[in-house]
Design a protein around this ligand. Structure first.
Ligand code: FMN
Length: 237
């Protein structure tokens, strides 16, 4: 261990154990209690996430957090645009198509959600109604908008993705629930106008957060993951 690396406070077993526990526990929360999160807890999450790595240490993430009346004004505005059937207005192009195993996984997680809510397969009106809940932030008392600097391109968005993961894990460790939301980025223009973001900012996604409503059925299922063997190729020779 060199002079710059302090001796760890916890054993290796504890360190990896806590990380695994947080990763295994975390799930996308789609029903929240109305109770607000104290500002010092939000700031703790933000301080932890601020250590995220980024290309050239550019740290392109800027984060807007709307709570209280500010959240309510934003909710009304983005919900109205989403419900109006306005077309996509993404800053970053969304997936062009889900094919093969990606389509399978998308379907599987979608059916888990709909089955849990008692929505019948193929009931497009009910799918659309549930999708609109994104714009009520699933009842969360806080919503964060993560945006990056346009000239950094896709790598600025990747850095923001790392930030989002660290935000979610820190929030999990502090007893909060989160959901990352690309759905909000479908209305990037509205977000830029609503919050007076400079022209060179690009919306990556949102994160709604607060205290999870553990008794709500939408929070009762967990998604699966492919195995390491499905994801990783070792090359030794
Ligand atoms: C970048 C990103 C964007 C997402 N956008 C949405 C979204 O707009 N709405 C939503 O309900 N879930 C969204 N999710 C949640 C995913 O559906 C969820 O992470 C995935 O199904 C795995 O489930 P889990 O988070 O419960 O483990 C998003 C996740 C990520 C990482």
């Amino acid at each position: 261990m060199d002079a710059k690396t302090p001796s760890p406070r916890y054993s290796t077993e504890d360190r990896i154990g806590v990380l695994e526990e947080l990763l295994n526990e975390r799930y996308s929360v789609r029903a929240f209690l109305p109770r607000e999160v104290p500002r010092e807890i939000i700031e703790h999450v933000l301080n932890v996430a601020q250590r995220t790595a980024s290309w050239c240490n550019s740290q392109p993430w800027q984060v807007l957090i709307a709570s209280g009346e500010a959240k309510e004004r934003f909710r009304k505005s983005i919900y109205a645009e989403a419900a109006s059937g306005a077309g996509d207005d993404h800053d970053f192009a969304p997936p062009r198509e889900y094919v093969g195993v990606y389509l399978q996984r998308r379907r599987e997680s979608g059916f888990q959600l709909y089955n849990t809510l008692g929505i019948a397969r193929g009931d497009k009106a009910a799918y659309a109604k549930q999708a609109l809940e994104n714009y009520n932030f699933f009842g969360a008392p806080h919503v964060a908008i993560i945006h990056t600097n346009e000239p950094l391109g896709i790598y600025g968005a990747i850095d923001c993705g790392g930030y989002v993961s660290n935000f979610m894990l820190a929030a999990q460790a502090l007893g909060l629930g989160t959901i990352p939301q690309a759905a909000l980025a479908r209305h990037s223009g509205l977000i830029r106008r609503h919050f007076n973001l400079p022209d060179d900012r690009r919306v990556v996604c949102g994160i709604s957060f607060g205290y999870a409503d553990h008794d709500h059925k939408v929070n009762s299922y967990r998604t699966s993951r492919a195995t390491v063997a499905d994801a990783v190729t070792f090359l030794d020779e």
